[in-house]
Ligand binder design. Structure first.
Ligand code: LM2
Ligand code: CA
Length: 476
C-alpha cells in the first residue's frame, strides 16, 4: 500500500489544463488568494509534434492530445520550456500553491517522428529517452492480443501490456524503465512539484506502480509525493478503481457519471439532484479519503456524453459549487479552453502549436476556477473543513440543501425556476452574506443576504439553477 499518513494531501486544486507555464505562474497568486491549495498542470514532458493532419475527423494539426504522446523527458513542450516550468513552480510555491503534474508514464507515442523539443524517433526507439525496442511489451511478445491493442478490458494482461489506442506500452516491470521514469519524476520533485496525477494508471500493474513510487524522493516539504491514479471504471477485480486504492488515491470517474446523471437525467435533461444526498461510499464510490473528485476533466470534457462541462453553463457551475460544499474526496475544479463541435480541437495556439497566454477576458479560456460562485465555494469548503453534513433537505424535485455541522449551510436548485425553502441551517441567529454571490466584502454583503432566526431556521430563495451558501465567516 503506497498511500500513507505522510503522503502530501492535495486539498482543493484547480486543473489549469493546457494553460502555458507563464500563464499559470501569473495566475498562482490569484489561486492562492482564493484559497486553492494546489494547481494541476498538463503533461510537461516533450511530446509528439504533428507535421500533418490525420484522416477524416482527425483534422486538427495540433489536437489537444499531442501532449499525451511522450518522446523524451526534457521539458520543452507546447506549454513552454524547462526554465519556464521551473519558474512557474517556484512562483506558485511562493504564492502558497502546490503544483501537481499529469505524469504520462505508461507509454510513449503512437504516431509521428518529431517532438516539440526537436527530438526525432521511430517506432519503439526513442534515443533521447533512452528507450530501445526491448523496453516495450509489444516488441518482446508480452501483449497477447491479435493486433497489439487492448481488445478485452477484462483481461488484465491486455490492459497492462498492450498498446492503449496504439500508444507504445512501456515494460514498466523492468528496473531499467522504472529507473528512467523515476528519474523524470524525481527531476520534477526537485523543481518543487508536490505530486502526480498518474495517466493511464489502470494500464500499469499495481506492482509496477508501487515499484516506481518506491523510487521517488520526498517533496520539498518533506512529504511523500501525492499519487493519484487514473483508473477508469468497468473492469473486474484487480482492475477496478477500488482495488487500486491500495496503491494510491484514484480519480473519481464513477462519481463524474453519477453527478452527470443527477444533474441532467438522461430522459428529460431535468434530472433530480436531491438524490445526491447519498453520494460517496454510500453510492458505491471509492472512499472519500482515497479519491480525487471532480465534475469533469480533459477526457470527459471532450467526450460530452457522461459529464457536465462548461458547455452546460449554469449547471456546470452549480455542480462544481455543490461538490465543494459536499466535501467528498479532494475536489478539483477544471478550467480550460472553449472548443467547437470537433472534440479534437486544441487549445488556442500559434501555428507552431505553442499555446497562447491564457486570458480570462477573451472567451477562449473559461476561467471557471475564478468565477464568483466557485470562488465563494472554495472559501466555504476551506472554512467548513471536515464538519459533518447535517440538516439534509431534499425535496426530490431538484433541490438539495444541508449544513456542514454548525459552520456553514448550502442549498442547491437544479430546477428551471426559483424555489423558496424554509429549513434548519445549523447556524446561529444572524444575518449572513451568500458566498455564491460574492460573500461579505468590507462589512457588507456583495450579493444576497439571508436571515437566520433564533431557532436556526431560514427562508431562502434559491434562484433557478443556482446555489445559496453561507458560513460563520460570511456573517454580518
Ligand atoms: C489517458 N488516460 O488514461 C488520458 O487521460 C487520455 O487523454 C489519453 O488519450 C490516453 N490516456 C493516453 O494518454 C488521449 C486522447 C486519444 C489520443 C491519445 C494520444 O483521448 O484520442 O490518441 O491522447 O495522443 C490519439 C488518436 C488515436 C491514435 C493515438 C495514437 O486520437 O486515434 O490511436 O493518438 O496515434 C490510433
Ligand atoms: Ca502498460
Amino acid at each position: 500500500a503506497k498511500a500513507s499518513g505522510s503522503m502530501q494531501e492535495p486539498g482543493v486544486t484547480a486543473s489549469l489544463w493546457e494553460w502555458s507555464w507563464p500563464s499559470i505562474a501569473s495566475e498562482c497568486p490569484r489561486l492562492g488568494a482564493i484559497g486553492y491549495d494546489g494547481v494541476q498542470v498538463a503533461p510537461p514532458q516533450d511530446s509528439v509534434k504533428r507535421t500533418s493532419t490525420g484522416n477524416g475527423s482527425d483534422a486538427y494539426l495540433h489536437p489537444w492530445w499531442e501532449v499525451y504522446q511522450v518522446v523524451d523527458y526534457g521539458l520543452t513542450s507546447r506549454m513552454g520550456d524547462e526554465q519556464q516550468f521551473r519558474d512557474m513552480v517556484a512562483d506558485c510555491r511562493k504564492a502558497g500553491v502546490k503544483v501537481y503534474v499529469d505524469a504520462v508514464i505508461n507509454h510513449t507515442t503512437g504516431q509521428g517522428n518529431v517532438s516539440y523539443g526537436g527530438k526525432t524517433f521511430t517506432p519503439y526507439t526513442y534515443p533521447d529517452a533512452g528507450y530501445v525496442p526491448d523496453d516495450f511489451h509489444y516488441t518482446v511478445g508480452a501483449c497477447p492480443s491479435a493486433d497489439g491493442g487492448i481488445a478485452d478490458f477484462n483481461n488484465k494482461t491486455q490492459v497492462w501490456n498492450c498498446n492503449l489506442v496504439g500508444l507504445e506500452d512501456l515494460r514498466t516491470e523492468t528496473p531499467k524503465v522504472q529507473a528512467r521514469l523515476a528519474a523524470y519524476l524525481n527531476k520534477l520533485l526537485r523543481y518543487g512539484v508536490s505530486g502526480f496525477r498518474v495517466d493511464a494508471g489502470k494500464h500499469m500493474a499495481p506492482a509496477d506502480l508501487d515499484a516506481i513510487y518506491d523510487r521517488l524522493d520526498r517533496t520539498k516539504d518533506g512529504k511523500r509525493p501525492y499519487w493519484a491514479l487514473e483508473v477508469g471504471p468497468g473492469s473486474p477485480g484487480v482492475l477496478s478503481p477500488e482495488a487500486y486504492t491500495e496503491h494510491g488515491d484514484v480519480l473519481g470517474l464513477d462519481g463524474v457519471k453519477q453527478i452527470y446523471g443527477a444533474f441532467t437525467s438522461y430522459s428529460d435533461h431535468q434530472g433530480d439532484i436531491s438524490g445526491l444526498a447519498t453520494f460517496g461510499s454510500g453510492s458505491g464510490l471509492t472512499r472519500s479519503s482515497r479519491t480525487m473528485s471532480f465534475i469533469t476533466n480533459h477526457d470527459t470534457n471532450h467526450d460530452q456524453a457522461n459529464a457536465l462541462t462548461y458547455k452546460e453553463g449554469p449547471q456546470y457551475l452549480l455542480a462544481t459549487e455543490w461538490l465543494l460544499a459536499d466535501g467528498y474526496g479532494s475536489p478539483q475544479v477544471f478550467s480550460s479552453f472553449t472548443f467547437g463541435a470537433d472534440t479534437n480541437q486544441g487549445p488556442p495556439s500559434d501555428d507552431q502549436g505553442l499555446i497562447d497566454r491564457a486570458s480570462c477576458a477573451d472567451g477562449r479560456w473559461t476561467c471557471d476556477h475564478a468565477k464568483t460562485g466557485v470562488v465563494g465555494m472554495v472559501k466555504f469548503h476551506q472554512y467548513v473543513g471536515k464538519a459533518a453534513k447535517k440538516h439534509v433537505y431534499a425535496d426530490q424535485q431538484n433541490v438539495l440543501a444541508f449544513s456542514r455541522g454548525t459552520k456553514g449551510w448550502a442549498g442547491f436548485n437544479n430546477g428551471t425556476s426559483a424555489k423558496t425553502i424554509t429549513v434548519k441551517t445549523g447556524l446561529k441567529k444572524g444575518t449572513y452574506c451568500d458566498a455564491v454571490t460574492g460573500g461579505k466584502v468590507k462589512g457588507a454583503c456583495a450579493g444576497t443576504t439571508v436571515t437566520v432566526s433564533g431557532s436556526g431556521r431560514a427562508t431562502v430563495e434559491l434562484p433557478a439553477r443556482a446555489a445559496v451558501a453561507f458560513t460563520k465567516q460570511t456573517r454580518l
